[in-house]
Ligand binder design. Structure first.
Ligand SMILES: [Mg+2]
Length: 253
């Protein structure tokens, strides 16, 4: 049986971080807050996973005088509303190879799931906008947002998804785009394929099963960056089964 597939969302399914950044900035302006997150600052802020947590970390570090007056959950809810509107308006597309691999998985009867720190409304909006109304239903489990208290790099969201799938970690493959996502999946024992994104191209991906520019498509093969997959050009259910078997082979004496 090929491995089950568990996907991160932001940066992995789609390059969403620029939209998140714009939604944060529009929300600050609408609330009369004098904050603007440029790309360099946002890159640093991404070290904290989860929008609410990121906002709280920013206020604590850079605007402590406002800590008492800013309602972080309310501000984050306003940002989520803006973000889901932008997504629903078609502001984002899936990264190369994602739709193809999901279709292959459905054909092969391979379970697919999501493990993300982003809010459930964000995930559902993205899946509907890119895969159609039935998009969210294609996933056996969607682990999102505050369902577990400890966000990535803690393994909790992956452990939650594994429990719900009732599939062992070694029979799954995770897809991530960042160091903290890779750390979360690895801590849960899941071999991980990394596709670096706009904001994570300088991250450290030591320990990844494979690092490739994207999942690749027949007309546009991926660039191999590290680990398994040199010369394959495209991540398919068959290549994943092969890479997964190689990991198993190394584990058993
Ligand atoms: Mg990500």
């Amino acid at each position: 049986m090929p491995p089950a597939l568990i996907f991160d969302v932001d940066g992995t399914l789609a390059e969403t971080e620029e939209l998140h950044r714009q939604a944060f900035n529009q929300t600050f302006a609408a609330a009369g807050l004098p904050w603007h997150w440029d790309r360099a600052l946002y890159r640093r802020l991404l070290a904290v996973a989860g929008g609410k947590e990121r906002l709280a970390a920013f206020v604590a570090a850079q605007a402590p005088e406002r800590a008492g007056e800013v309602d972080i959950p309310a501000l984050h809810a306003a940002k989520t509303a803006r973000y889901t509107q932008m997504i629903a308006a078609g502001a984002v597309t899936l990264r190369p190879g994602i739709a193809r691999l999901l279709a292959e998985a459905r054909q092969a009867g391979v379970p697919v799931a999501i493990a993300t720190t982003t809010s459930l409304p964000n995930v559902e909006a993205l899946l509907r906008a890119t895969l159609g109304e039935a998009g969210p239903g294609a996933f056996a489990v969607i682990g999102a947002g505050d369902v577990v208290p400890a966000k990535k790099p803690a393994p909790d969201i992956y452990a939650h998804v594994l429990r719900r799938l009732a599939i062992p970690a070694s029979a799954c493959i995770a897809f991530e785009d960042s160091t903290i996502g890779l750390a979360a999946a690895r801590a849960a024992g899941i071999p991980t394929v990394v596709t670096p994104s706009l904001y994570t191209d300088e991250d450290d991906f030591t320990g990844a099963l494979a690092v490739v520019s994207d999942l690749g498509d027949p007309q546009a093969p991926y660039r191999h960056l590290a680990g398994a997959g040199a010369g394959d050009g495209m991540v398919t259910i068959d290549t994943l089964a092969r890479w997964s078997a190689a990991v198993e082979g190394r584990r058993s004496p």
